[in-house]
Unconditional design. Structure first.
Length: 106
């Protein structure tokens, strides 16, 4: 299942998580984001409970993307132990996201 993150709950749900967290920074007007969204949902359905998969709409939540220097979307950041572990910018192959999650889970 995909979680929706906001500026208000980012600290609690992402940075304080005891599991790696994949955050998809996106916007509804972004074409590549519309392609990536279903892929992220698919990954969320395939991974085990050792990771959290979620999305953050950058238009509705501007503070967190600004804090992390998001300049282009889609941007995926995987957080581990409250810190940025890996960043993938632009639309990429599904395997790249799955591999990054595996690395974060080791």
């Amino acid at each position: 299942m995909t979680t929706v993150f906001s500026d208000q709950d980012f600290q609690d749900k992402v940075l304080n998580s005891d599991k790696p967290v994949l955050v998809d920074f996106w916007a509804p007007w972004c074409g590549p984001c519309q392609i990536l969204g279903p892929m992220i949902d698919m990954i969320a359905g395939e991974v085990d409970d050792n990771v959290i998969i979620g999305k953050m709409n950058v238009d509705e939540n501007p503070s967190t993307p600004q804090r992390y220097g998001i300049q282009g979307i889609p941007t995926i950041i995987i957080f581990k132990e409250g810190k940025e572990f890996k960043r993938l910018v632009g639309l990429q192959h599904k395997d790249n996201y799955v591999q990054a999650l595996k690395e974060a889970n080791n």
